[in-house]
Design a protein around this ligand. Structure first.
Ligand SMILES: Cc1cc2nc3c(=O)[nH]c(=O)nc-3n(C[C@H](O)[C@H](O)[C@H](O)COP(=O)(O)OP(=O)(O)OC[C@H]3O[C@@H](n4cnc5c(N)ncnc54)[C@H](O)[C@@H]3O)c2cc1C
Length: 387
């Protein structure tokens, strides 16, 4: 088996696969992706996969907007389906958050995003099954929705594979040896892969790989719970995807009569997920949902799952070279909102590797050293998943 490559990507979540795809688009196909389990077996496969454009800063707004178009027409990009469903998206702000919402809507509009500010009264008129009593302002995105995070991941991987990339499953990278002027060596079991460049995209498991290079990042983990309910179809046939800041939840429709609610971000030890949501979290989430849509009181709880957010201090990712290593790159700390950005992140990292800089978008704000420099990225609603 060939063990010399131009680029090795560690991690088969949506980020690793997107990077592999965009490397192939730039003509770099002597590549290998190492995934210790199966594709999308980390945070990606547990994602709520909502696509929204409502962000506080230019770099993430641009990435979300460009990525939406790619995911909405994923067949065109990769030749494979991405499961995009357009639902519209409403972002609801509470007490004291109207100014922040107006800021994000203006920012989005100035960058070409299809979004509008509407009052709670206007929202009540347009979505009569919803209640907006504790809401001060609403951002409406008619083109937003959700996609299938596993399908997008495997679509990127298949597309890169047909261009010549190798995708190796069940292969855990156990160490990286890199020094100036030499090929990078990635250890996989008893084997060594030699490569010109390596990308660390191992999601919640990035810290040990970074620490082995003596380049730690301040990453922590929180546990997010997804509660699946069946809505009463005669009462609630459909609804938009919603980011409900006063209610402390996000929710979206899924196939058939299913609605998925994302709730909580509790600090957690990384390897202690329970796989299912807690009964008290489900009760709390359903109460919030019913407050927003009273007819959801009739909805029935049908399990769900939990997953990890890998969080940076400012809840924005790190996309950069690893300091001290010319040809080692990292995509880390997506803080619970990375899926919707994955095409733009894949493209930016591929450009950084091939051209020495991300030419399509300025990602310098998301540099590795910003925490040490005290230059964190601002968020209109503070440091949380709605960054
Ligand atoms: C419950 C939940 C809901 C979410 N909802 C949304 C949402 O609505 N919208 C949105 O945009 N984002 C959402 N996100 C966030 C989004 O899913 C993540 O930001 C994104 O999937 C991160 O992808 P990743 O590739 O960085 O990490 P992961 O998907 O975790 O992939 C990392 C991969 O690396 C592999 N790996 C680890 N170590 C090694 C090693 N040493 N060698 C080889 N392989 C290794 C793992 O097995 C894993 O497959 C949500 C996340 C969760 C958990």
């Amino acid at each position: 088996m060939r063990n010399t490559f131009d680029v090795a990507v560690i991690g088969g979540g949506v980020m690793g696969c997107a990077i592999l795809h965009y490397l192939a688009k730039l003509g770099v196909t002597r590549t290998v992706l190492l995934e210790r389990h199966t594709l999308a077996s980390g945070s990606t496969g547990r994602s709520l996969a909502i696509l929204r454009m409502h962000y506080s800063n230019e770099v993430t707004t641009r990435m979300a907007w460009w990525s939406r178009a790619v995911i909405a027409d994923f067949q065109q990009e990769t030749g494979h389906p991405g499961g995009f469903v357009r639902t519209e998206y409403l972002f609801l702000a509470g007490e004291g958050q109207e100014k922040a919402l107006r800021h994000n809507v203006s920012l989005g509009r100035s960058l070409g995003v299809n979004t509008e500010y509407i009052t709670p009264e206007e929202a009540q008129r347009r979505w009569p099954k919803m209640r907006f009593d504790n809401v001060t302002a609403v951002a409406h995105e008619p083109l937003s929705g959700y996609a299938d995070s596993s399908a997008v991941t495997s679509g990127f991987a298949q597309s890169a594979r047909s261009a010549g990339a190798q995708v190796r499953l069940g292969q855990e990278a156990t160490g990286i040896a890199a020094s100036a002027g030499r090929a990078i060596e990635v250890e996989v079991g008893g084997d060594t892969i030699e490569c010109g460049a390596a990308v660390i995209a191992a999601g919640p498991w990035n810290p040990e790989l970074l620490e082995s290079l003596g380049a730690p990042l301040p990453l922590t983990w929180t546990r997010h719970q997804i509660i699946r309910v069946h809505r009463p179809l005669d009462l609630v046939p459909d609804h938009p995807s919603v980011g409900d800041l006063p209610g402390g939840i996000s929710f979206r429709p899924d196939a058939g009569d299913t609605t998925l609610i994302g709730a909580r971000a509790d600090p957690v030890q990384r390897d202690s997920l329970k796989q299912t949501p807690d009964a008290d979290a489900a009760a709390e989430a359903l109460t919030s949902l019913a407050r927003r849509m009273p007819e959801m009181e009739e909805a029935g709880w049908d399990g769900g799952w939990d997953g990890l957010f890998t969080v940076t201090p400012d809840w924005h990712p790190v996309l950069d070279r690893v300091p001290g290593f010319e040809n080692v790159y990292v995509a880390a700390g997506f803080s619970g909102h990375g899926f919707k950005l994955s095409p733009a992140i894949g493209r930016a990292l591929a450009e950084l590797i091939v051209h020495g800089a991300s030419t399509s978008i300025d990602i310098s704000q998301l540099r590795f050293t910003r925490f040490a420099e005290g230059k964190t990225v601002e968020s209109a609603y503070g440091a949380n998943v709605f960054a």
